[in-house]
Design a protein around this ligand. Structure first.
Ligand SMILES: Cc1ncc(COP(=O)(O)O)c(C=O)c1O
Length: 504
């Protein structure tokens, strides 16, 4: 059986068709205008070479059609579904962003509710705007030691479902950016008891399920839909992603139509072919590649923990932490006497060591199948150097306060048992309403037209459609004074905020 699966997965139908088309001699009268590279600007050709342009082709008959696949794309997607444990898979050329938006549009009609963790990615807000769905927020569990939001618990989702039995779907972000997973299996079971589908934003978990020491994938855990950024942790080209569906709780035709709303009608075959090759790579060598990746991550962990000033986020089972991805390293750097942004700059400038995500106190590094022993050596040496480097000021610059406690403390819905009441306007109504920009001191009682999310902890204080309170303004100001950053909003210094215009 294993041998049969391996044989099937040795083929790369989409890549092979693209190779054949790219090497054929043609007089080309179709898009793209560079005509297989002959018309491309010299500087770009020097950077990228010829072959990439020869393969940058449109939807020729031999290459199938992403939006009505019946040939090589259909074959490649079917193989991907098998490899990633789904019943059906769709290839995406607009990242998980497109998949997350389409998942919401495919499951919620305007004014229908969807249960979500508060620390969603901004693509979810876009999905809410497009669908017109109304969010029922669930607070993630918060880790005061690390000042980080982790995941949501099955209890919190159960509570939200009991309070909102009319919700049309539940969405999770699992893993979080830092690799912390929810108990997807328990939550899937709960959702199914209520007859609603579980959608999982698994943007950072495309490698899950390929090794017993990695968390199980959302598909393996019984989710109905999972969106994966194949480009983030596997070897696909940037923007290439997949949506997987299992079972019949998702209307697949509606999902196909929803994806067509948010993707280009000229999908890049370079991206699509890269997805076909990732499937081949993971189906045939996935376990060995993940073994190697995990070993590199363990080596980095054990060597970095020997530096006494550093701490590495570890998987301790606690509410909101069901499992952790060991290939993601979040390193607490504040005890080196510098903040995370400075550490990031220094490591980058002096050692060419580039982190995925710097925050005030931590740096997060993604270790993936493309990393080498040399990379780990450089990472460790960089930190050893950072430790010895004389610092301008002591560790007191960062202090011991926690943004997360402030944000969680501010979320009044925590006291009401996890889930919030409906916002004043839906994100969609707030998006389409007329806006104005007002000084922050004039913003209290107005309805926010934008997302305002402090980092850390990555939990939005304001979502479009919510009323801005004095408390929220004071909190956001305090976070800025303490050195935190705000994202999602047009003015990250918070001198002004975009609000819904009042019609007099
Ligand atoms: C949790 C999460 N979901 C979705 C996305 C969007 O993914 P993509 O960049 O593939 O569009 C991201 C991107 O960082 C993310 O972190």
């Amino acid at each position: 059986m294993m041998r049969e699966i391996d044989t099937v997965h040795q083929s790369t139908p989409l890549l092979t068709a693209l190779q054949q088309c790219a090497t054929r001699s043609t007089a080309t009268f179709h898009t793209p205008g560079h005509k297989r590279g002959k018309g491309v600007g010299k500087a770009l050709q020097e950077l990228l070479g010829d072959r990439v342009f020869a393969a940058d082709l449109p939807e020729l008959p031999e290459l199938d059609n992403l939006f009505a696949p019946s040939g090589v794309i259909q074959e490649a997607q079917a193989l991907a579904a098998q490899a990633f444990g789904a019943d059906q898979t769709w290839f995406l050329t607009n990242g998980s962003t497109a998949g997350v938006i389409a998942a919401i549009v495919a499951t919620c009609d305007p004014s229908e509710k969807i249960i979500l963790p508060r620390n969603v990615h901004q693509s979810v807000i876009s999905g809410l705007v497009l669908a017109g769905a109304v969010p029922v927020w669930v607070n993630p569990e918060f880790d005061p030691n690390w000042d980080l939001a982790h995941n949501v618990t099955p209890d919190a989702i159960a509570h939200a479902l009991t309070q909102n039995p009319d919700a049309k779907a539940v969405m999770l972000v699992s893993p979080t950016y830092l690799g912390v997973c929810a108990d997807v299996a328990a939550i899937a079971h709960l959702c199914h008891q209520y007859g609603v589908p579980l959608l999982v934003d698994e943007a950072h978990g495309a490698h899950f399920g390929f090794h017993p020491d990695l968390p199980i994938s959302a598909m393996q855990a019984g989710a109905d839909l999972a969106v994966q950024s194949t480009h983030k942790v596997l070897s696909a080209l940037t923007q290439a992603a997949m949506v997987h569906v299992k079972g019949d709780r998702i209307d697949r035709d509606r999902l196909t139509k929803s994806l067509a709303l948010v993707q280009s009608t000229s999908p890049s075959y370079l991206l699509l072919a890269s997805l076909d090759v990732v499937r081949w790579q993971m189906a045939t060598q996935g376990k060995a590649l993940m073994e190697q990746t995990l070993q590199l991550a363990e080596e980095a962990r054990s060597r970095l923990t020997q530096i006494p000033e550093l701490a590495i986020l570890e998987s301790t089972r606690s509410p909101g932490v069901f499992d952790c991805d060991r290939t993601r390293l979040t390193i607490h750097v504040a005890n080196l006497g510098i903040d995370g942004f400075t550490a990031d700059d220094l490591l980058n400038q002096q050692w060419g060591v580039v982190a995925e995500l710097p925050t005030l106190r931590h740096l997060t590094f993604i270790i993936s199948l493309g990393n080498t022993k040399d990379d780990i050596e450089r990472l460790v040496q960089g930190f050893e150097w950072l430790r010895e480097k004389p610092k301008k000021s002591g560790s007191s610059v960062i202090g011991h306060w926690s943004f997360g406690s402030l944000v969680i403390g501010h979320q009044s819905f925590k006291d009401k048992g996890h889930s919030v009441l409906s916002p004043k306007l839906s994100p969609r109504d707030a998006f389409f309403a007329q806006h104005e920009v007002v000084p922050i001191q004039m913003a209290a009682t107005r309805i926010s037209a934008e997302l305002v999310c402090p980092y850390p902890p990555g939990i939005p204080v304001l979502v479009p459609g919510e009323v801005i309170t004095e408390k929220a303004i004071a909190l956001l100001r305090q976070i800025l004074v303490m050195g935190g950053t705000l994202s999602g909003c047009a003015n990250p210094k918070l001198e002004t905020v975009r609000v819904v215009k009042t019609i007099s």
